[in-house]
Design a binder for this molecule. Structure first.
Ligand SMILES: [Zn+2]
Length: 408
């Protein structure tokens, strides 16, 4: 290699490093950020709470606080038999909830303290937009904060508390932080329903665990109510979810791809858009009783970030979910490599946006604009592409992405 070539390749290398650094550090568009200063959020995680058993408790008025957040059906575990499929376990589940991505991006496929989330988290994205904002992650199952140890080390999580399976510790620490603390975003995770489910299955003990954790949800909501008296201008989004369902018939286990294990719920204290309130009744993939027509775990982080007024940048977008409030994005967006690897088929569903244009990006570059009503686009210009390719569809200024992996 000649000196000139070496110099050129060093320059190219440096400019590449510079570009990567800039791309990573550039804050998202927060135009109009002023008006979002008082926007804050609480995300409540209830581990291993099966949707039908929660509904049963709600019908018996034994889960009034969870009920007040209007839990609606959703799914987890990714799309079966695709690169997004992940076990219906807690490690993958909470990592999806806290990143807006499936396992092909977050790389936490199992329950393992050594695994580290590899996708930009909810905490990181909030900090990139507003470095002065404060975040908290208070967890009963310590593995969650271990999977997010890099976020903690980099200062994206200001207050990280491991409560070692003592749910009352979570309730007390989180409600103190909500009432007296300075956190803008609080994640509070409870583990009792899952622990009791593993031990006793679907029993009166399990229903009692749902009721018990509902009391602790009530403790958090009461703390917020007291806070609002001294901070009347704050606008709190409160969300609740579970990481997975439970295996039928007895409810002891979970982890597999079955309807009861994949079914979850998402609730919030604000009006939801159609992505949560009006599921698509005939998804192309009808598996699990049309479950894929419902909202899913990847929608939670985009919903929270939208509440903070963080305007997504389409060219840099890399989350698999859609906000559950405000304008609708491209619903059921999928990207599939054709069996002969000659093209990538992009599809979306729903008729909410009629003939408005959908802008399609491939690895950050706009490649097409097509009417929403076409419900699809074929990219046959893929010969030069290698490895993981990120496709993004944008409509109503709302992006959603999918990874496709091509052969190297
Ligand atoms: Zn479990």
């Amino acid at each position: 290699m000649s000196h000139t070539k070496i110099a050129l390749s060093i320059a190219a290398g440096l400019s590449l490093i510079f570009t990567v650094l800039v791309a990573h550090a550039a804050p998202p568009d927060t135009a109009g950020a002023q008006s979002y200063k008082s926007h804050k959020a609480l995300l409540i995680g209830l581990d291993g709470m099966q949707y039908e058993k929660l509904q049963q408790a709600m019908q018996q008025n034994k889960a009034p606080h969870i009920a007040s957040l209007n839990p609606a059906k959703s799914y987890t575990g990714g799309i079966g038999a695709t690169s997004t499929e992940q076990t219906t376990g807690s490690g993958p589940g909470w990592t999806t909830i806290l990143t807006g991505t499936w396992v092909d991006r977050h790389k936490v496929p199992s329950n393992n303290d050594e695994l580290r989330n590899k996708a930009p988290s909810l905490f990181e994205q909030l900090k990139q937009a507003y470095p002065e904002r404060k975040t908290a992650s208070i967890v009963s199952w310590n593995t969650i904060n271990n999977n997010f140890a890099d976020d903690i080390a980099q200062g994206f999580i200001d207050l990280a508390v491991k409560c070692s399976d003592v749910d009352q510790c979570v309730a007390d620490k989180a409600s103190y932080e909500l009432e007296h603390g300075s956190s803008d975003l609080v994640f509070a995770h409870f583990d009792e329903p899952d622990n009791v489910g593993h031990k006793y299955g679907f029993t009166t003990e399990y229903q009692a665990a749902i009721q018990g954790v509902d009391n602790q949800v009530g403790q958090l909501l009461s703390a917020l109510k007291r806070r609002k008296k001294s901070h009347p201008k704050e606008d709190w989004l409160v969300m609740v979810t579970t990481d997975h369902g439970r295996r039928l018939p007895d409810g002891h286990d979970h982890g597999a791809q079955t309807l009861s294990e994949k079914t979850t719920f998402i609730g919030l204290n604000k009006p939801a858009n159609a992505q949560l309130s009006r599921p698509i009744t005939h998804p192309d993939n009808p598996d699990y009783d049309n479950l894929y027509g419902f909202a899913n775990h990847t929608d939670i982080t985009p919903t929270l970030l939208a509440h903070f007024g963080i305007k997504p940048v389409p060219a840099r977008y890399a989350m698999d979910g859609l906000p559950l409030t405000g304008p609708l994005g491209a619903r059921l967006f999928t990207a599939r490599l054709a069996p002969d690897a000659s093209q990538v088929n992009l599809t979306w569903k729903g008729d909410d946006s009629k003939d408005k244009p959908v802008n399609i990006y491939r690895n950050g570059k706009k490649i097409a604009s097509v009417a929403y009503s076409r419900r699809g686009y074929i990219d046959n210009d893929i010969k030069a592409l290698k490895g993981a390719v990120n496709y993004t569809a944008v409509i109503n200024k709302v992006p959603v992405s999918r990874l496709v992996t091509l052969k190297d």
